[in-house]
Design a protein around this ligand. Sequence first.
Ligand SMILES: C[S@@+](CC[C@H](N)C(=O)[O-])C[C@H]1O[C@@H](n2cnc3c(N)ncnc32)[C@H](O)[C@@H]1O
Length: 266
Amino acid sequence: MTTDTTQPDNPAWTDDDLSENPHENADKATRVQKMFSAIAPSYDLNNRVHSMGRDQAWRRAAVKMAGLQPGDDVVDVACGTGDLSVAFQEALWRNAQCGTVIGIDFTYEMLTVAKSKIPEDWIDGEGDCDLTYFQGDAMNLPLPDACCDVVSIAFGIRNVADPGKAMAEFYRVLRPGGRLIVLEFSLPKNPLLLAGYNVYFKHIMPRTATLIAGDKSGAYKYLPKSVNTFIDREGMRAMMTDSGFTKLKHKALTFGIAVCYRGVKQ
Ligand SMILES: C[S@@+](CC[C@H](N)C(=O)[O-])C[C@H]1O[C@@H](n2cnc3c(N)ncnc32)[C@H](O)[C@@H]1O
């Protein structure tokens, strides 16, 4: 018999924990990290299957909203397995032939997957690459003030223990004129679509995703609960404004299942 060492003996989220608002849980950061360490190996597959392939299109939309300029430095916070970081790096090379991307996440196992996905021909003879990954906390970024042109966070801000604190960090590390791009799940506004989506998201996806991941962490029960209890679109815009961002725009994607927000540091 083999033992799956990536799966915790005790789950990150029990049904009992999730009967309350997970965003108010005092141990949210520890539980979120434990959950992502457990599901890291199958995270990408679950994303593709359960978004029916839309997740990569949402990331491309996020890159487009960033309005990249030649030589831009991008910081992709809560980068996870690196899909958005890679999309940024590809776009920088395609459009401008230069620019760097730093992916930051606090879960070691997610970064291990991200690093394994850097194409070999992106690494030069000295082992350097314009795309680099670091372990770090969104609420205390290991970066100097005004060091980048774009900060992005995809499906991450909802998972951060104190999103307002992370927003303040995003503002701090951006140069004046820099853009913040937030991609996050939302709920369809159309009541019929919302009803259908909730059946899928609350009852079907948690079972199939748990099966694919062989997950015991409770990650795919936490997912719908965390989306349904997180701030709505107006709340996200208000948080961005309160953090100092201006020229706010947002775009609903795939019937409003995901929303991409953009704000500018003056
Ligand atoms: C749903 S995944 C998103 C990954 C990736 N951005 C994507 O588009 O697939 C959320 C990520 O947020 C990370 N995360 C949550 N809180 C964090 C924090 N305080 N600092 C850094 N990363 C955090 C988790 O480790 C996880 O990798």
